[in-house]
Write a protein that binds this ligand. Structure first.
Ligand code: ACO
Length: 335
């Protein structure tokens, strides 16, 4: 029997109700709607007031399960991409397993920041492809508001809270599903984007809190320079090694960190803007959730259709980056 191919068979997402607009930031910080829109593409983001990333994720997974028409008990594995776990342990996956009553599933958390979803999708696909597991849920969930310093205008305006889940199963038709994957890492980038406090190196103390080490730190300019090239390079590379041109791609599904990074990536791939999924204006950067959130919204709207060719691309802390090429295998109406 040939190797199976993994494909996404359901999507679901959850965003909290509270909206934090650029106008709200104008009242809190020395910034302007105009600066934020032109430099990032963001207009507003969602904020979770009560609960943690597991609550966002549980709701996203439940939506995906409902869309697929299966119960949580049918899940075999739960993989959670997050940099904002509810706590160090137990894992967010275990907390979610209990919340959704997925009593037959095991699971784990995976940390790769904004590339977390691509890393997790690739890992989840292995379980399906080698035939050991049938139903693997991959969820990107981040409550970025829990690690953002709302006094720092250079990072506060960028991030939002969300979760989105995708179910992976085997496909009989190998022309669908995940076709190719490129994943990269460069640990030398850690100095420009990190959260130093609270880990084993700097356990939380009054001093670490006084120094703001429990907040996300980013040298935006340094990250921008590498991200804009890195995400475009890897997206072009996956096309090239599969003998594809931009014209043969139906959707670029980019990580939503900055509209200028997304535009540069699309240009490099020779893609028209109409083929790029963009929702950064409404949600900001939701870290591991951005890419599946796009997939879920576009599928909901009936714009993501069976047979379409997708390139998923990301760049984030680590540095971590990558691209996944896939062919979409289900329409909304026919599910
Ligand atoms: N409002 C007004 N002015 C601001 C703001 C703000 N919110 N933030 C910064 N500025 C100012 C700066 O102080 C600076 O002023 P100065 O010239 O007087 O010093 C000026 O605007 C320009 O600042 P830059 O940092 O150069 O602005 P830039 O155009 O680079 O935009 C941004 C900043 C949006 C953060 C951009 O650098 C970026 O998108 N970086 C990459 C982000 C990314 O991809 N991260 C990876 C994923 S995140 C993850 O993995 C968790």
């Amino acid at each position: 029997m040939g190797k199976k191919r993994a494909t996404i068979t359901a999507v679901g997402h959850y965003v909290p109700d509270r909206v934090l607009t650029n106008a709200d930031f104008e009242k809190m910080l020395d910034t302007s709607d105009e600066w934020i829109r032109t430099r990032t593409g963001i207009r507003e983001r969602r904020i979770l007031d009560d609960g943690g990333s597991s609550d966002l994720a549980a709701k996203a997974i439940e939506a995906a399960l409902e869309n697929r028409g299966i119960s949580a008990e049918e899940l075999d594995v739960i993989i959670v991409a997050t940099v904002t776990p509810d706590m160090f342990f137990p894992s967010t996956a275990c907390l979610i397993q209990e919340k959704i009553k997925a009593k037959n599933a095991w699971g784990f958390d995976l940390s790769a920041a904004c590339s977390g979803y691509l890393y997790a999708l690739s890992v989840g696909a292995q379980f399906v492809e080698n035939g050991t597991h049938k139903k693997v849920i991959v969820v990107g969930a981040d409550k970025m508001s829990s690690i953002v310093d709302y006094k720092d205008r250079t990072t506060a305006i960028l991030f939002g809270d969300a979760a989105a889940a995708t179910l992976l199963e085997a496909t009989d038709d190998n022309s669908f599903g995940i076709q190719d994957t490129i994943l990269r890492a460069d640990g030398s980038g850690g100095v420009h984007l990190h959260m130093r406090g609270g880990g084993s190196l700097h356990p939380s103390t009054h001093e670490t809190v006084d120094e703001g080490m429990h907040y996300l730190y980013q040298d935006g300019k340094a990250v921008f320079k590498v991200a804009v090239v890195g995400m475009a390079d890897v997206s072009a590379e996956i096309l090239e090694r599969n003998n594809l041109t931009g014209a043969e791609v139906d959707w670029l599904v980019p990580h939503q960190a900055n509209l200028r990074i997304i535009d540069a990536c699309a240009n490099r791939m020779g893609l028209d803007k109409s083929k790029v999924m963009i929702n950064i204006d409404r949600y900001g950067n939701t870290t591991a959730a951005t890419i599946p959130l796009c997939l879920s919204e576009w599928w909901q709207a009936g714009k993501l259709r069976k047979g379409q060719r997708l390139v998923l691309s990301s760049f984030g802390a680590g540095y971590t980056w990558g691209s996944i090429l896939m062919r979409w295998s289900f329409d909304k109406a026919k599910q």
